[in-house]
Write a protein that binds this ligand. Structure first.
Ligand code: ZN
Length: 423
């Protein structure tokens, strides 16, 4: 009996922990942005039958209706850029969205044309060019707000000026773009299927209000104020209700899709490390380059190994398959079209042969006052094709060689190259 009771207590505790976890689950934060406001009226037209129709009133009407629907659901947290007739600046709207770590940003607008005939709905996502602007801003401000925790782990050695960091940002940005396109698709589909309206589609455009958002973002043009029939619909309670409901349903579908994907991620087994290390071979050349040489195209974390007179440049190291693929892509994106992943057995001693360090190469002999000759014993010197090669050390594994290299660096002897010597 006693053990049963103990087991029961454990079950209770586990259940409590599970529910506590569920309760603590992060809310899905949505920023609702009613376009224009205050002295900025947006598009406006006066009709004989319905009077003045102003974009700022229509957008606020739709957003308040949508907000009321969403607030009934405890999974959502709603943030409004405005709830009254005022004008928050575009920067204020973006800042608010980024500060609140929103999951979705929805800006509601109305269209207008110089002609009275055009009608229908459009949803915009940020244009491809703005990705570049985002990258530039992130680079300049040394900012990592675009990286989620997983990406940040991967690119822990974040250096905003290195191309691999920009690629990391680009990956993150394209994630937002993809999500924005999916959500925009749901919105337009609902306008057509539920409300029997005409959709002009989901489009990419460079719009300031979407530009610096670090989250999936859309701008919905809910209809043309310049079209008499649509203006009446936009100004009516029925029209605004239908539009709000269609956006609401799109949010529900989008959230479901995200939850499904997240469940999949949780259920996916954790990636196991591989037995071998993988480095990306960038190139094999008789030319010797040091860190920062343009030939290395800005890539960091380069390991150079000299073998049979050729310098082999390897980029980064990992024992995870997914990161290996990522590194390979980074190398190719940086311009090393023929880059390949090379497997290294960790801590493997060479049977015949050894590793040493090339500590200096040059047309002139090192003077006896050189720190290299003063600090190191048993430095060997050979001359080939008019070049003096100075080498030092004799170790059996690559790991021992990189350690030796670090030891020398601490002594102030930098830019040494590991050389693999076969006997
Ligand atoms: Zn507008």
């Amino acid at each position: 009996m006693k053990t049963h009771k103990h087991a029961f207590n454990i079950i209770l505790t586990v259940l409590f922990l599970i529910f506590a976890q569920l309760g603590a689950q992060k809310k899905f934060v949505i920023v609702l942005d009613a376009g224009h406001g205050g002295s900025d009226v947006g598009a406006t037209r006066k009709y004989e039958n319905i009077g003045l129709v102003q974009e700022k009133d229509v957008t606020l009407g739709i957003v308040l209706k949508l907000g009321r629907m969403l607030e009934k659901n405890k999974d959502y947290k709603i943030i409004y850029t405005r709830k009254i007739d005022e004008y928050p600046s575009l920067a204020d709207r973006t800042d608010l969205a980024n500060r609140s770590h929103a999951d979705l940003f929805i800006s509601v607008h109305c269209n207008a044309s110089t002609k009275s005939t055009p009608y229908g709905t459009e949803t915009y996502v940020q244009g491809p060019d703005q990705n570049k602007t985002n990258l530039e801003v992130a680079k300049r401000e040394n900012d990592v707000i675009f990286l989620d925790d997983k990406d940040r782990e991967r690119f822990a050695s974040y250096d905003p000026t290195s191309p691999e960091s920009l690629i990391a940002l680009r990956i993150q940005q394209s994630k937002y773009l993809e999500s924005s396109l999916i959500f925009g698709g749901y919105v337009e589909e609902n306008f057509v299927k539920k409300d029997k309206r005409y959709s002009r589609g989901v489009m990419q455009k460079n719009l300031h209000v979407l530009r610096l958002n670090a989250m999936p973002s859309v701008l919905i043009e809910t209809g043309f104020i310049s079209n008499a029939e649509e203006a009446a619909y936009l100004a009516s309670d029925k029209g605004q209700d239908e539009i709000a409901e269609s956006i609401y349903d799109a949010i529900t579908s989008y959230k479901k899709r995200i939850d499904r994907n997240q469940k999949k991620i949780v259920e996916e087994p954790k990636e196991l490390p591989l037995k071998n290390d993988f480095r990306i071979l960038l190139m094999s050349t008789p030319n010797k380059y040091v860190v920062g040489d343009p030939a290395l195209k800005g890539l960091n974390y380069i390991l150079t190994i000299k073998e049979n007179g050729l310098y082999k440049y390897y980029y980064s190291v990992t024992n995870f398959a997914s990161i290996k693929e990522n590194n390979l892509k980074t190398a190719k994106d940086a311009g090393f079209r023929n880059a390949t992943a090379v497997s290294f057995i960790p801590n493997q001693d060479m049977n015949t042969g050894y590793y040493r360090l090339e500590v200096y190469t040059g047309k002139d002999k090192l003077p006896s006052s050189s720190p290299i000759l003063k600090l190191l014993k048993d430095v060997e010197r050979v001359k080939a094709n008019g070049i003096f090669y100075y080498t030092y050390g004799n170790v059996k594994s690559l790991e021992a060689a990189t350690k030796l290299q670090k030891d020398l660096e601490e002594k102030g002897i930098t830019n040494t190259t590991i050389e693999k010597v076969y006997k």
